[in-house]
Design a protein around this ligand. Structure first.
Ligand code: UN1
Length: 475
């Protein structure tokens, strides 16, 4: 049993039972059973359930957003945005029901037809994090479902209420029993049981780099297809010709929105030396205007972090930053004054004179902590951007078309923004990153279908005789 509490004020929200290994097996068996029938339903018909889910999400948007804010802490406007991301995904993937395109292509032999189609893989396991408990679940489950798979989903133990709410919607639209199954629990027991289960063919995981490599290792041992979406150390580059007002807005939104708890959050600013001081001043002013508090209050811009452990981890990184010689411009403390002491609040924090090799410039903090690094040129900025082990998102603020095109070519991340912060990916484009952020797969967009389907190439010979490919081609 886990107790779910509101990170804004410690209020107890629910008690949730944890699944056992045996229940994981039961969930997989129910998925396996259901999938056989589900795969035979025409994809446009399967898609109709997704349209219904989309409408339900729309109808319940405010209700879900409120629970999301209470359970996870993000401010209400962002919570609404996250539900919207789920709605967008539902309608986008529902559209796939009438596409799911394969290829037809000429055969090298006469009277022979060749095509490729997407086949479902069977039962897929999805493991999702607490920071986007609805959106990421929809990124993974909707393409899986429309492609004809059944799903066993392990949401984060921090956000079971959102999973429960989404589960209710699956039920309300009458999704056939067993197509979508939810198991609650932590990684070492429930997660491991799911990954090791011989009937689970694909694992799609979003979470930390440390857990992701364990998932890959375990999945690899069992020859599973494993799709990983992990951390980021995302940077905004500000050139000397940038629109500084815009850059400040973009940096503050992407560094302190969601209290820095996005994989895509900006945690480094790489700034040209000629505009560094001015940018710092404007950032400090901008931050002083951010209201901190319970995200249900519409004036609040920065909510709590998820739990006590996160608060302490963030504070440890700030101490390391100080010890390594970075200069604290603002913030740097846990907020303890009442009523903040009832929740988990950290001051929006900026370090400057950060050197690229410092721990706070290399490791993912996952909180409201920003590091400013000074550079002399675009080339140096790109090199520093690329010098971290992650590769999720990056951004450049500049008015110079040459800078912009060079940057979008040379930044080594999976997502690049021009004149916008590092967050805000849209669901119809691939989402994911290079290096330590992922293992070559993508969530969202058409790319998500590649995770949840196998290609099947089909050759139909209607010549009535044996025709040998590569051998009988000169006749
Ligand atoms: C995440 O932080 O894991 O691009 C997901 C964004 C959101 C999704 C973030 N659309 O910031």
């Amino acid at each position: 049993m886990v107790t779910v509490t509101n990170p804004a004020n410690g209020e107890e929200l629910a008690k949730v039972p944890l699944s056992t290994k045996k229940e994981v097996d039961e969930a997989v068996q129910s998925a396996k059973q259901a999938q056989k029938q589900w795969a035979l339903i025409p994809a446009p018909k399967r898609a109709e359930y997704l349209y219904e889910i989309g409408y339900k999400l729309k109808e319940k948007k405010e209700h879900l957003a409120k629970i999301l804010t209470k359970e996870m802490g993000k401010v209400i406007e962002e919570a609404r945005g996250e539900v919207q991301e789920g709605i967008d995904m539902a309608f986008y993937m529902a559209g796939e029901g009438r596409r799911l395109f394969g290829e037809t292509t000429p055969s090298e032999l006469p009277n022979k037809f060749a095509m490729s189609v997407r086949s479902p893989v069977g039962v897929v396991g999805i493991i999702t994090p607490w920071n986007f408990p609805i959106a990421i679940a929809t990124w993974k489950s909707f393409p899986a479902i429309v492609a004809g798979n059944a799903v066993v989903w392990k949401p984060s133990i921090e956000t079971p209420l959102m999973a429960y709410e989404l589960g209710k919607i699956f039920e309300e639209v009458g999704l056939p029993e067993g197509v979508m199954n939810i198991v609650f629990g932590n990684g070492p027991t429930v997660g491991t049981a799911l990954i090791e289960h011989p009937d689970v063919k694909v694992i799609s995981f979003t979470g930390s780099n440390a857990t992701g490599s364990k998932v890959a290792e375990l999945g690899g041992r069992h020859l599973k297809k494993v799709s990983l979406e992990m951390g980021g150390k995302n940077a905004v580059i500000v050139m000397d010709d940038a629109d500084l007002d815009l850059a400040v807005e973009g940096i503050i939104w992407s560094a302190f929105g969601t209290t820095g708890q996005r994989c895509t959050a900006c945690s480094r600013v790489i700034v040209h030396k000629d505009v560094k001081v001015e940018l710092e001043e404007r950032l400090v002013t901008g931050i002083s205007e951010l209201t901190i508090g319970d995200g249900l209050d519409p004036n609040v811009k920065v909510g709590p972090v998820i739990n006590r452990a996160a608060l302490e981890k963030i504070h440890r990184y700030v101490q390391i930053g100080k010890q390594e010689g970075a200069r604290l411009l603002t913030g740097g403390e846990i907020i303890t004054a009442p009523p903040f002491d009832k929740g988990y609040y950290y001051e929006p924090t900026i370090f400057t004179d950060v050197l690229p090799h410092m721990t706070i410039a290399q490791e993912e903090v996952f909180g409201p902590v920003l590091s400013i690094i000074e550079v002399n040129s675009l080339e140096e900025a790109i090199e520093i951007n690329n010098s971290v082990k992650f590769g999720l998102s990056s951004s450049i603020f500049s008015q110079d078309v040459n800078n912009i095109f060079k940057a979008q070519r040379d930044l080594d991340t999976g997502i690049v923004y021009v004149n916008a912060g590092t967050t805000g990916a849209e669901i119809h484009l691939p989402f994911g990153g290079t290096k330590g952020t992922g293992n070559g797969h993508r969530d969202s967009g058409q790319a998500a279908l590649d995770v949840f389907t196998e290609w099947k190439s089909i050759y139909v010979d209607f010549s009535g005789k044996l025709q040998r490919a590569q051998i009988d081609t000169d006749k």
